[in-house]
Design a protein around this ligand. Structure first.
Ligand SMILES: C[S@@+](CC[C@H](N)C(=O)[O-])C[C@H]1O[C@@H](n2cnc3c(N)ncnc32)[C@H](O)[C@@H]1O
Length: 342
């Protein structure tokens, strides 16, 4: 159980990257940090030798690239799979003021008995909170999140501010609605980057999109009112070609000549060897204004992500300085960098 010099959390990373998230957490808190996987390679419990407030402050200040979500474990409740026990345990475990703007998020392992879905458990907790505590749980814009993680014998529950969880989506699994005629799923990556890095693309004037086809990223930037120069030898979606704010070069980016300082935003989502990609981007950096933003997807090669990122940042320095690197929910074997031109 948590105490003044010890705190417990459940961390979530993209499938296959739990180990990397653990490595980053261990670097922050040292060798006394303990881990145990709850869902292989992805969801794990970790306990750190500092108070919860200190742990959260450190994790927010030096946010691990591979930790998508965290939730505190304030109480560990034995349960037998019965909904009544779960409801009683939540009421006994937390004192909640009437009218609190609270979101309830429930996740579970696959081993929890079939037929007992996370949705059913959430509804049961929502209804007992409404009846017993006069709280009508919300889905968005909560002041507090009650996170519940269920395994066959134990319910782990914690109460926290949404910002202390790194994401206000359960497990950081942010979902966007697929639109009719959407050009590519890759669009979700840039949408998520906009949120994760606290950006507002409507504030940009002119962007260059390197490796733009079929055009998901380009379409999002056009929707935000940005003028876009899209570069890709592959075909851009036909629906985008008539857009008045689009310039399209159907070429290899290495063969395009761009005007100096023409753009305040550079985005690049090429599935390339990162060092080759860095060389290409550097060759076009004269076109990005000083103080301009770059959003770059990095393909993770041979499962050595820390080395890959280190080398790439060395290649891009001193022209580009890192603001934040994050493996987004919509990244596969890659992560996304937010950089500023010095
Ligand atoms: C993952 S896709 C980009 C998806 C895009 N962001 C979207 O939202 O639709 C990668 C693209 O990079 C392009 N590409 C690869 N090498 C390139 C180069 N040297 N110059 C320009 N584009 C390149 C490929 O043709 C491919 O269309």
């Amino acid at each position: 159980m948590p105490s003044a010099d010890h705190s417990v959390f459940i961390g979530t990373a993209n499938h296959g990257y739990g180990q990397q998230a653990q490595e980053e957490i261990r670097r922050l808190f040292g060798s006394e940090t303990k881990f145990s996987f709850m869902v292989p390679t992805e969801i794990f419990m970790f306990s750190v030798p500092v108070s919860r407030a200190e742990a959260v402050a450190s994790l927010l200040e030096r946010e691990p690239m591979f930790l998508r979500h965290m939730q505190p474990v304030d109480v560990e409740l034995e349960w037998n799979g019965s909904i009544d026990t779960l409801q009683d345990a939540i009421l006994a475990g937390f004192r909640l003021a009437a009218g609190t703007k609270l979101a309830v998020q429930v996740r579970k392992t696959e081993q929890v008995q079939s037929g007992l879905s996370a949705g059913v458990c959430k509804q049961a907790i929502d209804s007992v909170l409404t009846e017993a505590c006069h709280i009508a749980p919300v889905v968005k814009d909560a002041e507090l999140i009650l996170s519940v993680f269920l395994t066959p014998q134990t319910a782990y529950a914690g109460l926290s501010r949404p910002e202390d969880n790194l994401s206000d989506w359960p497990g950081g699994a942010i979902r966007f609605r697929r639109e009719e005629g959407q050009v590519s799923r890759a669009k979700f990556k840039l949408l998520e980057a906009e949120q994760a890095f606290g950006l507002d693309f409507t504030q940009y004037r002119s962007a260059v999109d390197i490796g733009a086809a079929p055009g998901g990223w380009t379409s999002l930037l056009l929707e935000r009112g940005v003028k876009v120069t899209a570069i890709d030898p592959a075909k851009l979606d036909a629906g985008l070609l008539k857009h008045p704010k689009l310039t399209y070069y159907p070429k290899n980016a290495g063969d395009v000549r761009l005007q100096p300082d023409a753009f305040d935003l550079l985005v690049c989502d090429m599935s390339w060897n990162p060092r080759q990609m860095a060389k290409l981007v550097k060759g076009l950096l004269h076109a990005l204004q000083q103080g301009g933003t770059a959003i770059v997807t990095v393909k993770l090669m041979h499962k050595k992500p820390f080395q890959t990122v280190r080398e790439l940042l060395e290649d891009l320095a001193p022209a580009l300085t890192l603001q934040k690197a994050k493996q987004l929910f919509h990244n596969r074997d890659e992560l996304t960098l937010f950089l500023i031109k010095a």
